[in-house]
Design a protein around this ligand. Structure first.
Ligand code: SF4
Length: 375
């Protein structure tokens, strides 16, 4: 069976090349061909000896993902649906802005965490993606965009692991993929331009801090355990006190960084002034006088199965003001790509669920929505 070289970080590729009797610098050349130049054919690699190219052709391949569909939003956002076999498909989204190009990548086919406000969570879970399938989304998007835009320099400046899946529940495959993205011989992203988003897998946050302390975003969505248990079921295993302590430990390995708390604004559920005050208390309880976190308020993208509604803009603005007035850096995320279902929480792909997601979700739909007065 041939080996897919997209699965390897540079160290892994060096070990593979060593088995072929080749020195490390050959692995570096090969790595640069694959990731910097987007090559998929060994015959193209003109500075590799013919003997090595023949060996590689017999034992290895550079196998990207098959694109099932591509959608372009009126705001320039592009969403791709990639086939990952057996009826599963995952999505990645490119979001162009004036000063950056951000790619949102998936880490699993589906997700077992089952957050109530997330389309992926409602689809259940099929399987983890391999490192090649994670990196393959970036490999495809970067080189597609360069060709399409007729550019030779880097198009994607930021990567966020915020697509389908909980990245820290696929840690062994995630780590080599992150290393490829950071490697100067590949995409050369800086640590702060590569963000892993987690719903709070505490032990793996500690491992990521040790192994590869990239920027960390935490899906918070509630200021107290009873509410978060319902919205983000992983909270029952790792409640808020443990999660926030892990955030502080993480920062010890990523000095001068912030934790970004993602907070999806749900009408009448978590968007009241008392919730904002509880968040302030939570942040202050873990503060040592320095700013250590910021909040990103996300307008919810409603879908029928969630039983939830989007907070009105005035309420989002009022909530942001309460946090800001307390000295907490707070932004409201601009919705991008919602005309192609590419906005936050809308990624759905196609998942052959193995986890009886409908039963799990039915149990979660117990929260009573409070009537909300207009402000
Ligand atoms: S928000 Fe993230 S962790 Fe929660 S169900 Fe969706 S993909 Fe999974």
């Amino acid at each position: 069976m041939t080996v897919n070289l997209l699965d390897f970080d540079l160290d892994g590729l060096a070990v593979f090349c060593q088995r072929l009797g080749e020195k490390r610098f050959r692995a570096t050349q090969l790595f640069r061909w694959i990731h910097q130049r987007g090559a998929s054919d060994f015959a193209q690699m003109s500075d590799l000896a013919k003997g090595l190219r023949d060996k590689l052709a017999g034992q290895a391949e550079i196998r990207g993902l098959t694109v099932l569909s591509q959608n372009l939003s009126c705001d320039g956002t592009i969403k791709w649906l990639f086939d990952v076999g057996d009826g599963n498909a995952v999505e990645a989204v490119f979001i162009p802005e004036d000063d950056r190009g951000t790619l949102c990548i998936s880490s699993q086919a589906g997700c077992a965490v089952g957050c109530r406000f997330c389309s992926t969570g409602h689809q259940g879970f099929s399987r983890n993606l391999s490192s090649a399938e994670i990196v393959g989304q970036l490999w495809f998007a970067e080189h597609f965009l360069r060709r399409h835009l007729n550019r030779t320099d880097r198009v994607i400046s930021n990567v966020v692991m915020m697509g389908m899946g909980e990245p820290l529940q696929n840690y062994d495959q995630l780590l080599p993929a992150l290393r490829v993205m950071l490697d100067d011989h590949a995409y050369g992203l800086s640590r702060r331009r590569l963000t892993v988003s987690t719903s709070g897998v505490v032990p793996m946050m500690d491992r990521l801090a040790q192994d590869c302390p990239v920027a960390l975003a935490v899906s918070l969505h509630a200021p107290q355990d009873a509410l978060r248990d319902n919205l983000v079921p992983l909270n029952r295993k790792y409640p808020l006190a443990e999660l926030l302590a892990a955030c502080k430990r993480y920062l010890a390995h990523a000095p001068r960084d912030f934790i970004t708390f993602e907070y999806c604004m749900l009408d009448g559920v978590n968007d009241q002034p008392e919730h904002a005050q509880q968040l302030i208390d939570l942040v202050n309880a873990h503060s040592d006088g320095k700013t250590w976190c910021k909040f990103n308020l996300i307008p919810f993208n409603p879908f029928a199965a969630s039983g939830l509604l989007r907070s009105v803009p005035q309420r989002v603005a009022a909530f942001a003001k309460i946090l800001s007035d307390a000295g907490i850096v707070t932004t409201v995320r601009k919705t991008r790509g919602d005309d192609i279902a590419a906005a936050c929480g809308q990624l759905a792909g196609s998942v052959l669920d193995r986890t009886r997601v409908d039963e799990r979700m039915a149990k979660q739909r117990t929260i009573v929505l409070k009537p909300v007065k207009e402000i």
